[in-house]
Design a protein around this ligand. Sequence first.
Ligand code: PHB
Length: 391
Amino acid sequence: MQKRQVLKGLIPVALALCLPSGFAQTAPFKIGFILPMTGQSASTGRQIEAAVKLYMAQNGSTVAGRKIELIIKDDAAVADTTRRLAQELVVNDKVDVIAGFGITPTAMATAPIATQSKTPMVVTAAATSVITTASPYIVRTSFTLPQAAVSIAEWAAKNKIKRVVTLVSDYAPGIDAEKFFKSQFTAKGGQVIAEIRSPLKSPDFAPFLQKVRDEKPDAVFVFLPSGQGAAFMKQFAERGLDKSGIKLIGTGDVTDDDQLNDMGDVALGVVTSHHYSASHNTPLNKKFVAEFEAANKFRPNFMGVAGYDGMALIYKALAATKGQGGGDALIAAMKGITFESPRGMITIDPETRDVIHDMHIRKVERVGGQLYNVEFDVEKQVKDPGKAAAK
Ligand code: PHB
C-alpha cells in the first residue's frame, strides 16, 4: 500500500522529466488578421472572420503544444491604416503571422513590414497577381485575377461570343482582369471593342451601362470587387440590359455567394469563372457550408473560403515546425504544401508562393429555391498566368 503511494507520487515527477524544457511556459502563437470590418468592403471582413472562427472551432486552438491566439483589427480597407496596424501587431503584440488584407492596396502597403520583420503574411483576400512578388514572406490562399479572367476568356471564345466590352473596377485587380481577359480572348479570335473602368469608391454604374448598351457587344465582361455585385446587378436590370440580348460574363466576384441569393432573376444565366462556389459538390464543402451557415446565418463566399484555408495553412505550417514557428521556417513549410479545401485541392506554388487550384466555369441557376453558381466546366490546377507573363 505504502509502496504504491510512493510510486504514484513519482509518476508526475517522471512525466515532467519527459517533457521538453520550457513546455509549461511556451508562449502562445499569435495570428494578427487585418480586415475591412467596416466600410465598403465590410462583407469581406465579416466572411473571413466567420471562416477563421469556424476553422478554430472545428480544429481546436492548440497546435503542437502552442495555444493559438487570434487578434482581429479593422482597417476599413484604408492602406495607411493597414500599414500602421501591421506595424503595431509586429512590434507591440509580437505576432507570429499577419493575415487578411481585403483589397490590393492594403496588401501592397504592408509587404515591406513583412520583409523587414521576416513575418509571414498570409493574403486571404486581395487578388492582384503582383502581390506575392512584393515580399518573400507573402503567401496567398485567395486567387489571382489572371486565373479567373483567362478561364472565362477561353470559355467566351469557344461559345460564339465575338465582340466584347470590358467593364472593370479602376484599380490594380481590375487592370489585371481587363488585360488578361483581352489578351486571351483576342488570342482565341475574339475582339474587345471598348474598355470601360468604373471608380472603386461608391460607383454609379448608370453611365457605364449606357455606354455598354450603345456599343451593342455580344457580351460585357465584368470584374467588380466582392461587395459591389448586387448594386451592379440592380442597375443592369433597371436599365433593361438583361433584356437587351447582351450577355453578362465575368470573374465570379460579380455573382458573389455573399449577395447572390438577393440578386433575383437578373442573375439567372450569368456565366462566370472562379475557384469557389458554395454549391461545389464535395463532402468537405457540404460540411463547410452547413457548419458555416449554422454558425452565421449567411452563406460562405470565396473570401470566407480563403480565410478558412489561410488558417489551415498556418496550422499545418506550425505543426510542420513542431510548434517552433519562426518566419523562415514557416514560409519553408508553406511552400509546396497541398491540401483539400472546400473549393477542391489547393497547392502553394513553391516558386511563387501563390495558390494553385481548379478554375470552374459556372452558371447562375435556381436550385431548391435559392440562387447558386452551378459549376459545369473545369480547368484543373491552374497556376497564376500573371507570373508567367511577368517572366
Ligand atoms: C483586390 O482588391 O485585390 C480584390 C478585392 C475584391 C475582390 C477581388 C480582388 O473580389
